[in-house]
Design a protein around this ligand. Sequence first.
Ligand code: ZN
Length: 149
Amino acid sequence: MGYIVPNDLLTEHECPLAVIKCVDFRFRESDQEFVEKHLGYKNFDLYAWPGSAKDVLKNNGFKVSFSEKIVAVSKNLHHVKKLLLLWHWDCGAYGGSNNFSSAQEEEAVYQKDLRTVRDMLMPDVPADLEIVMAYSKAVPQGLDYTILE
Ligand SMILES: [Zn+2]
């Protein structure tokens, strides 16, 4: 026998949410807590990639592959209703926080890019898939998560 981990989800076939987030280990547990405790989803389809979905901005094969998998796996197989685009503070895909002149600038760029990525994905995914955007920002107490309207 190998190493046995209890799992009571194997007979489940649906989950309401898919998330794409950065691979950065520093944010894994905080992101899970935000999605679980604040948004209310313990389980979700997880897509992790350096820079989250920022590469969609390149309008290349990443955008094609990502939107195809969201539709084929998360939407059609797991029946997700929402896709969360989750950015994080000090992301290496942006050269880190030091690459911005201020926290305000970093936040403004994240907001702009999140909206652009959402707009670029929308034509490729079903209209009833809601795209939600959020990002974390460093504050003295830890990470402050903002959901974009
Ligand atoms: Zn990152």
